[in-house]
Design a protein around this ligand. Structure first.
Ligand SMILES: CC(C)(COP(=O)(O)OP(=O)(O)OC[C@H]1O[C@@H](n2cnc3c(N)ncnc32)[C@H](O)[C@@H]1OP(=O)(O)O)[C@@H](O)C(=O)NCCC(=O)NCCS
Length: 169
C-alpha cells in the first residue's frame, strides 16, 4: 500500500475530534490552501487577510488541520445589526457528522458576541444557498434560518440562489 493510501486509511480510522474556533494569523496559509479554487491567487490572499483582520473566519479543525470553515462580516453600519455568512464548507470526509452544524452554531454565537462588544443589538444573519443544495439548505433550516426569497441566477447562470435569514431574538 502506498504511503499516501496508508495515511488516508489511518486518518479515516482515527476517531475524529473536531474543534471549532475563530481562525488567527497562524491559520493564514492553511486558509489560502483551503480556498485555492479561487482563480486569482492574489485575491485569495487578500480575502483571507481581510477576514482574519477585519472580519471573522470560523474553522473546524481535526488536530491542527482545517477541515471546515465559514466566514462572516458585519453588513454596513453595525447599528443595523446585520451580518452575512459566506464560504460555508466542510471537507468531504467530515460531512454528515455534525461538523457544519457546529460551525454554524459557533458562528451565530460569534455574531452575538461581536455585536455585544460593539454595543449594538444583532438583528439578523443572512446568506445565500443554492436551490438544489439540499445539504446546505437543511443545515441552515435546522439552525433556524428561514427562506426569504428566490434571487434567481446570482453566482452562476445555471443555478438559482435562495436568500435565507435568521432572526436573532
Ligand atoms: C453543506 C455542508 C457545509 C454541510 O456540512 P455537514 O458537516 O455535512 O453538516 P451536518 O453534518 O452538520 O448536517 C446538518 C444537516 O444537514 C443535512 N444534511 C447533511 N448532509 C446531507 C446530505 N448529504 N443530504 C441531505 N441533507 C444533508 C441533515 O439534515 C443534517 O442534519 P441531521 O444530521 O440532524 O439530520 C457540506 O455538505 C458542504 O461543505 N457542502 C459543500 C459546500 C456547500 O454546499 N456549502 C454550503 C453553501 S450554501
Amino acid at each position: 500500500m502506498s504511503s499516501e493510501k496508508l495515511l488516508n486509511k489511518t486518518r479515516l480510522n482515527k476517531k475524529m475530534t473536531i474543534t471549532i474556533t475563530t481562525a488567527t494569523n497562524k491559520d493564514k496559509q492553511q486558509l489560502i490552501d483551503y480556498l485555492k479554487h479561487y482563480k486569482v491567487k492574489e485575491f485569495i490572499q487578500k480575502r483571507v487577510e481581510c477576514y482574519l483582520t477585519h472580519n471573522f473566519t470560523i474553522v473546524a479543525k481535526d488536530d491542527e488541520q482545517i477541515v471546515g470553515m465559514l466566514q462572516w462580516h458585519v453588513k454596513e453600519d453595525p447599528d443595523d445589526g446585520l451580518a452575512e455568512f459566506e464560504e460555508v464548507h466542510v471537507m468531504e470526509d467530515y460531512r454528515g457528522k455534525g461538523t457544519g452544524t457546529k460551525i454554524v452554531k459557533y458562528a451565530v454565537q460569534s455574531v452575538k458576541e461581536h455585536f455585544k462588544k460593539l454595543g449594538f443589538k444583532p438583528r439578523k444573519i443572512f446568506l445565500f444557498a443554492g436551490k438544489d443544495n439540499q445539504p446546505g439548505r437543511a443545515l441552515y433550516e435546522k439552525q433556524g434560518f428561514k427562506y426569504a426569497a428566490d434571487v434567481g441566477n446570482l453566482f452562476h447562470d445555471d443555478e438559482i440562489e435562495l436568500f435565507y435569514v435568521l432572526n436573532i431574538d
